[in-house]
Design a binder for this molecule. Structure first.
Ligand SMILES: *[C@@H]1O[C@H](CO)[C@@H](O)[C@H](O)[C@H]1NC(C)=O
Ligand SMILES: *[C@@H]1O[C@H](CO)[C@@H](O)[C@H](O)[C@H]1NC(C)=O
Ligand SMILES: *[C@@H]1O[C@H](CO)[C@@H](O)[C@H](O)[C@H]1NC(C)=O
Ligand SMILES: *[C@@H]1O[C@H](CO)[C@@H](O)[C@H](O)[C@H]1NC(C)=O
Length: 391
């Protein structure tokens, strides 16, 4: 999973298929703590005015932090554990727990969902890395090789991780992912048409929209003017949860409400009922440099050239974490399992609630069993054609 030849890093290699194994208590705890970290990270990132779409995989962030811990020594390593609230764990427990969690939630065979995850650790040319590390001989070369690697490892879905490599004198962790939900009940391929998605009141994009009516867990929070919808994936091993304001508005108001407690409160009020869903059939590609955001959340040493001790990577003390690129492509498509059409002749499907996704929304992909978050994010601007722009 990690491109590197460090003996210790191989601890993170995928364990034997974790099909229906019960998660250990350590992996369960790490799932929980990475979900908490996810909300802090989301809020920290949402503060940046230039950020539109957000796409973070909390479990992959946790696993990358695990690699930093593994490469770190002394307080550089212990601080990583603090960020993961895993101070009490021994190194081996942390790595085994993260490895177990990742292999469980990303097992494509049992989950019937496409999730390609590739990770890589890059180092500066000054550091004597083992062969498998790609060294940053020059910046242009580095940018090209990173982007080529990401495109290749995602089957072309993620063509670009970065345009630049700031601070090429440090180590870089890079995550390149492609996620495509496979719905528990598919959308009909033919029920797709051209509609518009309002980015703002004056800016509309032309997108493809897919439609389906079915029974879903749904909640209409009238007080907060928000819809919450749970769409199961695969064989219900995970769900994509949509949180959308009643009508177009900047997401700030909703984001102020967004805590784990509020999410649990919403999920606790869900009602299984008929919902007519219109969902953009779109893809987005997002790349974030998490280095600064993780520093804001307490990872101050690994990112500080003067303080970092990542000598377990290079054997020398002059290495620090200069970038943590976290890049994902997400594709919302009609594909999924066939559904039982008999439902359409039943009374249950009458008077569906409308869930019409034509304006920005927040979403999470949550593992049903471990409660780990595979993703948290927002779509503010899908790919599409600009059809109206009134200034
Ligand atoms: C999901 O299951 C269906 C039906 O078994 C299969 O055709 C499809 O290839 C699977 N998709 C993934 C991503 O595993
Ligand atoms: C959507 O619009 C585009 C361009 O106008 C057109 O080429 C395409 O066939 C339309 N698709 C559907 C499903 O109507
Ligand atoms: C979680 O899994 C159980 C057992 O398969 C299923 O009954 C339940 O509906 C799932 N929950 C969600 C939210 O998909
Ligand atoms: C990394 O740390 C482990 C445990 O402290 C140690 O056994 C190993 O030799 C270290 N590796 C390097 C390259 O310093």
């Amino acid at each position: 999973m990690w491109m590197s030849s460090l003996v210790a890093l191989s601890l993170l290699a995928v364990l034997a298929s974790a099909a229906d194994q019960k998660l250990s208590s350590i992996a369960t705890m790490l799932a929980d703590h990475s979900a908490s970290l996810a909300f802090s990270l989301y809020h920290n990132m949402a503060k940046d005015k230039g950020t539109e779409n957000i796409l973070i995989s909390p479990v992959v962030v946790a696993s990358s932090l695990g690699v930093v811990a593994l490469g770190g020594k002394a307080s550089t390593a212990s601080q990583v554990k603090t960020v993961l609230r895993a101070d009490h764990l021994k190194d081996e427990q942390l790595h085994a727990g993260l490895s177990e969690l990742m292999s469980q939630v990303s097992d494509a065979k049992t989950r019937n969902t496409t999730w390609k995850i590739s990770n890589c650790l890059y180092g500066p040319s000054s550091v004597a890395f083992a062969d498998a590390f790609i060294n940053l001989k020059d910046k242009k070369n580095a940018v090209n090789s990173i982007n080529e690697w990401a495109a290749k490892s995602t089957g072309g879905k993620l063509p670009e991780v970065t345009k630049d490599v700031p601070n090429a004198d440090g180590a870089m962790v890079i995550n390149a992912m492609f996620f495509k939900p496979h719905w528990d009940e598919k959308f009909h391929e033919k029920m797709v048409d051209n509609r518009s998605f309002m980015v703002t009141r004056s800016f509309t994009m032309g997108i493809l929209m897919m439609h389906r009516t079915g029974l879903y867990d749904f909640h209409k929070d009238t007080e907060n003017r928000v819809f919450v919808l749970d769409m199961p994936l695969g064989q219900k091993q995970a769900s994509m949860i949509f949180i959308m304001p009643f009508s177009l508005e900047p997401l700030e108001r909703l984001e102020k409400l967004l805590t784990r407690e509020q999410l649990d409160a919403w999920l606790g009020k869900m009602e299984n009922r008929a919902v007519a869903i219109s969902m953009p059939k779109v893809s987005i590609e997002v790349s974030h440099n998490l280095q600064k955001h993780l520093a804001d959340l307490g990872l101050t040493e690994a990112v500080d050239k003067a303080k970092a001790d990542l000598s377990n990577i290079s054997g020398r003390k002059d290495l620090y974490l200069s970038n943590l690129f976290h890049a994902s492509a997400l594709e919302l498509d009609s594909q999924g399992n066939p559904y039982d059409a008999r439902i359409f002749s039943s009374d249950k499907i009458r008077n569906p609630k409308l869930f019409y996704v034509d304006h920005p929304f927040i979403f999470l992909v949550k593992d049903n069993k471990s409660k780990a978050l595979l993703y948290i994010g927002r779509i503010v601007r899908p790919n599409g054609e600009k059809i109206r722009d009134e200034l």
